[in-house]
Design a protein around this ligand. Sequence first.
Ligand code: IMP
Length: 198
Amino acid sequence: MDLVIATRNNGKLKEIRAMLKGTRIRVLSLDDFHGCPDVIEDGKTFRENALKKARAVAEYTGKTALADDSGLSVDALDGAPGVYSARFSGPGADDLKNNRKLLRMMKDVPDGGRGAEFVCVMALAGPKGSGVKERTVKGVVRGRITRGMRGPGGFGYDPLFYYSPKGMTFAEMGPEEKNRVSHRARALMKIKALFKTR
Ligand code: IMP
């Protein structure tokens, strides 16, 4: 079976390819389908955004598509930045500005209230009439927001995300170590399980 991964992020593509190795799925990327339009991520939930991307790519390519949407959800901020994680600090947002804004907003939050989670929702969809059943799965990893940036690795909010089982932030862990426990890996594991039962 062919599966198009609806992402322009090569890191994600590589991770997904590696995890689906050994299954009967042939992984295709957007590079195999020129001109696929970008989808505007204007949903209110990770699920809405992931489904919107998967449906658009399935329609365009005529094949089953897998899309994901992810972000950081902070307890003390009622789940923010959530679906706005990439754009948290407004126009011209980048990782550093987003991290600084989060640290400022968390300045007075005591140690006991600094819980947060990374969330990844993955959606599967097929083109209209294909009979492919739409599915979504969610992967979550819990941690704590530090009081300063720590670690050279990763991206996004990794330097602020302390993962207590390892005693390090995600940015202090190596990529393989992070990818074993991340929200994305946990969602992918569920996708893989779905394919085993298909
Ligand atoms: P997207 O799913 O690629 O749209 O990611 C949205 C945003 O969430 C990213 O720009 C990051 O700010 C944040 N994010 C998602 N996954 C991670 C992660 O594994 N580490 C750090 N930040 C992440």
